[in-house]
Design a protein around this ligand. Structure first.
Ligand code: B12
Ligand code: SF4
Ligand code: SF4
Length: 362
């Protein structure tokens, strides 16, 4: 079997196991590393709070994990010695957590908190890792001499740059990778290999790609809906996200025990994460979900929190009455479990406090 036939087999296998998009690229130095470094130096990862001086950050670890081994992101060989190639996979949110067949129509929205779409069920890290493990096994059969590693947010690599290089999408102004077919609602994972599995033409293209040529989505130039819709101005600099403002940072990554007042009002009824800049994007609206049967507040309240999660809304009263054992039972294996009960209650307090005096997200 020729090399390219082996790659085709590996890609076909990826699709067979439910991966939605797959592409390969050379394991070169990350052209966008200086951009990443500048972003950290400017503290945009949320290390320091700007305009939020009342943040009680004594126990905040935030995203300081991005600072550890930051230079490792310069080249994928920090993860696998002699790495030659990368296979990047994309898994749609729907493939990780199929959408429920009902849509909540809340008459008392202030009593529920909204959970970001990506988090409505299984933890994507587990699902992506399981698929990558199967892919790695197939890779071992096809390339027995080669060494490999898999990464599902588990090692320092600038995933989006390599996904761009592998042709999985283009860079959106909201910093998400956009794809014609899947919009931006997908997760990325990486298989690193010491085998060389790219075609000649790709080799040429990647070697010559300077930072300024990273493919940006053309339609963003005349759109800007994400920037206008962001409730807190986190996207004010084009193609950059300031995590010190982003509600995802405050609701998911921030580990301090009190969210600052300047942020609280902007949270609205978001309990875990924010989808606003993704949901207004025409790329996602094009691929919008079909409409489902409606479900009322009362029906939702009768469900377990685990089932409410599938519908994207959690009852604040139910969260308030949770203890550690019940939290474990309801949320183990979901992204909410990583947040922990204390911080879930912290977020629920903000939603409750906001009551009906804020604009609610959909
Ligand atoms: C830290 C992090 C966050 C932070 C910061 C987000 C951010 N935009 O940087 C927070 C907590 C806010 C976050 C939120 C979300 N995240 Co996140 N996050 C990450 C993580 C772990 C690192 C990203 C990072 O390094 N950021 C630092 C900045 C500097 O990098 P960047 O914006 O990615 O920019 C790179 C390129 O796009 C390019 N680039 C960007 N701008 C420009 C401009 C120019 C001029 C040039 C030349 C290049 C360039 O260079 C940069 C460096 O490589 C990645 C996983 C990973 N290992 O990469 C997931 C990841 C980016 N997140 C993901 C997801 C799904 C989300 C959420 C949708 C989840 C949610 N609903 O809550 C939101 C989306 C918010 C948003 N608009 O980005 C997915 C994105 C999939 C996609 N379609 O793009 C990833 C890849 C995780 C995964 N394995 O699937 N996330
Ligand atoms: S909303 Fe518009 S500007 Fe923002 S990423 Fe989507 S297409 Fe680009
Ligand atoms: S996720 Fe929400 S807060 Fe963060 S940049 Fe997008 S719209 Fe703004």
């Amino acid at each position: 079997m020729t090399f390219s036939q082996k790659i085709e087999q590996l890609k076909t296998f990826a699709y067979e196991i439910g991966i939605n998009k797959v592409g390969v690229c050379r394991a070169e130095a990350a052209a966008s590393y200086p951009f990443f470094e500048r972003w950290l130096d400017e503290k945009k990862h949320g290390d320091v709070s700007v305009g939020v001086e009342d943040a009680k950050s004594s126990v905040n670890r935030g995203m300081t994990y991005l600072l550890r081994r930051r230079e490792a992101r310069k080249h994928p060989n920090s993860i696998l010695r002699n790495v030659k190639s990368l296979m990047i996979v994309a898994l749609n949110y729907d493939s990780v957590n199929p959408p429920t067949q009902t849509t909540p129509t809340l008459s008392q929205p202030e009593q529920f908190g909204v959970v970001a779409e990506y988090a409505r069920g299984c933890d994507y890290h587990d699902v992506v890792r399981a698929k990558l493990k199967r892919l790695e096994q197939k890779h071992r059969e096809l390339f027995p001499e080669a060494a490999s590693r898999i990464v599902a947010d588990s090692a320092p690599i600038l995933e989006r740059e390599y996904a761009l290089r592998a042709g999985l999408g283009r860079l959106g102004r909201n910093t998400l990778l956009l794809n014609e077919q899947c919009g931006s609602r997908f997760f990325l994972g990486v298989l690193l290999s010491t085998a060389e599995f790219y075609a000649e033409d790709l080799q040429q293209k990647n070697a010559e790609m300077p930072l300024s040529c990273l493919p940006r989505e053309k339609s963003c130039e005349h759109c800007g809906r994400c920037v206008a819709a962001c409730p807190i101005g986190a996207l004010d600099e084009p193609y950059q996200l300031d995590a010190r403002k982003c509600l995802n940072y405050w609701l998911i990554e921030f580990t301090g025990n009190e969210i600052p007042s300047a942020i609280r009002q902007r949270v609205g009824n978001r309990l875990f994460g924010c989808d606003t800049c993704a949901s207004v994007c025409p790329f996602n609206q094009r691929n919008a979900k079909p409409s489902f049967a409606e479900i009322s507040d009362e029906d939702l309240r009768r469900m377990s929190l685990r089932r409410q999660l599938e519908h994207g809304c959690l009852s604040i009263a139910c969260i308030e009455s949770l203890d550690e054992a019940a939290f474990h039972e309801q949320f183990f294996g979901t992204p909410i479990f990583r947040l922990g009960l204390t911080n879930l209650k912290r977020n629920a307090d903000v939603v409750k406090e906001n009551g009906l005096n804020v604009d609610f997200c959909d």
